[in-house]
Design a protein. Structure first.
Length: 128
């Protein structure tokens, strides 16, 4: 039986494994490796804080993920397949490592975040 996501270290394990997969993925890896040329030494601690805040309400994350993804979209347009692949990898990674209430909650919140970003980025309107 797998354990649930209970600690900040559990988040770090999840995020590290997720980005290991994302970086080599044929559908979305190029966003991280080429388009944004992400410095993972700087990016990963930000993602730890983001997901710790999402799950444990730490209040430690102060960034603007929507703005970051809108800028990325300007550099190389995102589409539904990109969002779908991101959520697929995220959910698969959670399921690979954890099970329990927090594991289910983080998957639900990831899906909500991906859906909101997709709607706002792909369906931009001058009226929003």
């Amino acid at each position: 039986m797998k354990k649930d996501i209970d600690t900040k270290n559990d988040i770090r394990v999840l995020i590290d494994r997720f980005y290991d997969k994302v970086r080599v993925d044929e559908t979305i890896g190029y966003f991280f490796n080429e388009v944004a040329a992400v410095d993972f030494e700087k990016h990963l601690p930000i993602m730890y804080e983001f997901w710790e805040n999402i799950l444990f309400h730490t209040g430690s994350y102060t960034g603007n993920p929507m703005k970051t993804h809108q800028q990325l979209h300007q550099l190389s347009p995102l589409n539904s397949a990109h969002f779908n692949k991101w959520i697929e990898i995220f959910k698969d990674t959670v399921d690979e490592l954890y099970e329990g209430q927090n594991a289910e909650l983080i998957k639900q919140r990831a899906m909500s975040i991906a859906t909101t970003m997709q709607l706002k980025i792909l369906h931009q309107s001058p009226f929003y």
